[in-house]
Ligand binder design. Structure first.
Ligand code: COA
Length: 280
């Protein structure tokens, strides 16, 4: 299956552990470095197409999202900073009314990322602001370089977050910290982001790719069928009470005992061999 082609989103299929096993990681790079990878309509459309493709392509086990690195500056110009995504493209807000905003912000690409059933990682190198922090929060895991900066500056534009931060960010870092970030519009650095649980791991700038891809390889070498069950079950904790969530877990856990991959995993352990996952 061919990946969708777009100037604003580069897509690579990377073989898991560099082996010819038919298992791949999909790496999608938002490619508007001169605009700090801001999310314009074209990027949002490309991200939606990417999600549909990555979900349907059975070779893909794990998805990594990132932003393009800055280009070399033109002569006499200052270099652009590193960015994951510096937010929604503000230039598209200029003449936008509530009707157009509702269409743009409903059923958007951030929801498409959130709704992926396969594991997702945000690889963050630089600014992750507004929609950028929302894209990151719609991924399962966030790994950031030391130079990254996070924030929800919409209040400075006379707005509030519109791609889910009021809900997903507060589930991740709590009600109080979310209010602080949204009401002040101030940025925090990567170390503070790690301290409050906004990112899973912070690393040296030059180690970001290797550390992220190492984690993606570990995840992608498991059964994607079991990984999906884990993601679905953990996700249930966001929408259900503790008792309901425990009941969902018991149900999901028990169902796996009829799967080929439970048989494979347990038998491989007993035989001290490497499991050969069937993905069902
Ligand atoms: N939408 C559209 N364009 C954006 C953008 C956004 N969210 N963020 C940055 N850009 C563009 C700038 O307009 C500039 O374009 P230009 O060179 O054609 O003029 C380019 O990206 C580089 O940004 P610049 O502001 O010059 O870089 P900086 O290093 O001085 O500042 C930021 C970096 C991130 C602090 C600053 O760009 C910023 O505040 N961006 C907006 C963040 C925001 O409010 N996001 C939430 C949107 S809802």
């Amino acid at each position: 299956m061919d990946a969708p082609i777009s100037d604003v989103l580069s897509i690579e299929k990377i073989a898991v552990n560099d082996e010819e096993t038919g298992r791949y990681i999909a790496l999608a790079t938002i490619n508007r470095p001169n605009k700090l990878n801001a999310l314009n309509s074209e990027v949002m459309e490309a991200l939606k197409n990417f999600c549909a493709w990555a979900e349907a392509d059975t070779q893909i086990r794990c998805i990594v999202l990132t932003g393009a690195k800055p280009l070399a500056p033109l002569e006499g110009k200052r270099p652009k900073p590193n960015a994951f995504v510096a937010g929604a493209d503000i230039s598209e807000f200029v003449d936008m009314d509530s009707k157009a905003a509702k269409i743009k912000f409903t059923d958007n690409a951030v929801e498409a990322i959130w709704n992926l059933t396969k594991p997702t990682i945000a690889m963050i190198d630089g600014f992750a602001l507004g929609g950028g922090s929302e894209v990151a929060c719609s991924c399962d895991i966030r790994i950031a370089s030391k130079r990254s900066k996070f924030g929800t500056p919409e209040i400075n534009l006379g707005l509030i977050p519109g791609y889910g931060a009021t809900q997903r960010l507060s589930r991740l870092i709590g009600y109080g910290k979310t209010l602080e970030l949204v009401l002040t519009g101030e940025m925090i650095d990567a170390e503070q982001a790690e301290k409050i649980g906004l990112v899973n791991q912070v690393c040296a700038n030059e180690e970001l790719y290797d550390i992220t891809m190492n984690m993606a390889n570990i995840i992608a070498s498991k059964s994607v069928f079991i990984a999906k069950a884990a993601k679905r079950t953990i996700r249930a904790s966001l929408n259900h009470s503790l008792d309901e969530g425990i009941a969902i877990e018991a149900e999901e856990f028990a169902k796996l005992f009829d799967s080929k991959d439970k048989v494979e995993g347990v038998n491989a352990f007993m035989a001290r061999s490497k499991p050969n996952w069937h993905d069902n």
